[in-house]
Write a protein that binds this ligand. Structure first.
Ligand code: AMP
Length: 218
């Protein structure tokens, strides 16, 4: 199965991608997580990406595409994948079409997660993330352990780009750059829409119904 999760920042793509990957044996490919990993390791790509990420802007396509092409050379991707945060604009979608086409693969579905703006703002403003492993928490819906440390031992913090000014910029970038992908995938009849309101379990159940096969217990 090869799936793209689409939707505005904070709609819950990362949480659902992780669960889909776990339950269906797919590679979860999150370009945001990959970039944050580069930053932690202090690579050249991480240093170049930093200023774009912190302001809520998109990292230039050539950097992203190089990183994704490299990831696609790893063997786990052949078993299927779920993409979260990529493609982020029409140029990236075209490059992705070429990348999968060269391997003789087909995309199964681009799933648009939809939720009201108020719910998205509440999710982003309450989100806290582990600095070490990127696991997301939420102050209200999935509170981090009291000691402020993740299950992996990493420090829990609020991402720079989850702060108010960057969130507003990310929403603008989504409208301008990413939302045209909705009609891009609609035109090729690959777009599906899933309600992303309610608990992560409820959203996952909707996704499982859409993709076929029951939602198994975690
Ligand atoms: P995310 O974790 O998906 O919200 O991504 C965090 C930040 O990483 C974004 O605001 C961008 O600055 C950058 N980023 C992640 N994925 C991409 C992408 N496919 N293209 C450009 N920038 C990206």
């Amino acid at each position: 199965m090869r799936i793209i999760l689409l939707g505005p920042p904070g709609v819950g793509k990362g949480t659902q991608a992780q669960r889909l990957a776990r339950e269906r044996g797919l590679a979860a490919i999150s370009t945001g997580d990959m970039l944050r990993d580069h930053r932690r390791r202090g690579t050249r790509l991480g240093r170049e990406a930093q200023r774009y990420m912190d302001s809520g802007a998109l990292v230039p396509d050539d950097l992203i595409l190089g990183m994704v092409e490299e990831r696609f050379r790893e063997p786990d991707v052949a078993a299927g994948f779920v993409l979260d945060g990529f493609p982020r604009n029409v140029e990236q979608a075209k490059a992705f079409d070429t990348l999968v086409g060269l391997r003789g693969w087909m995309l199964d579905r681009a799933i648009l997660l939809e939720a009201p703006q108020a719910a998205i703002v509440e999710r982003i403003s309450g989100r806290r993330t582990c600095r070490a492993c990127d696991r997301p928490y939420h102050v209200k819906f999935d509170p981090p352990p009291a000691a402020g440390r993740c299950a992996c031992g990493g420090e829990i913090h609020q991402r720079e780009d989850d702060r108010e000014a960057a969130v507003a910029e990310r929403a603008r970038v989504y409208e301008r750059e990413t939302s045209p992908l909705i009609s891009y995938y609609e035109r090729v009849k690959l777009l599906a829409r899933a309600p992303a309101t309610g608990t992560p379990d409820a959203v996952y159940a909707a996704l499982a119904t859409l993709l076929g096969g029951a939602a198994c217990a975690r």
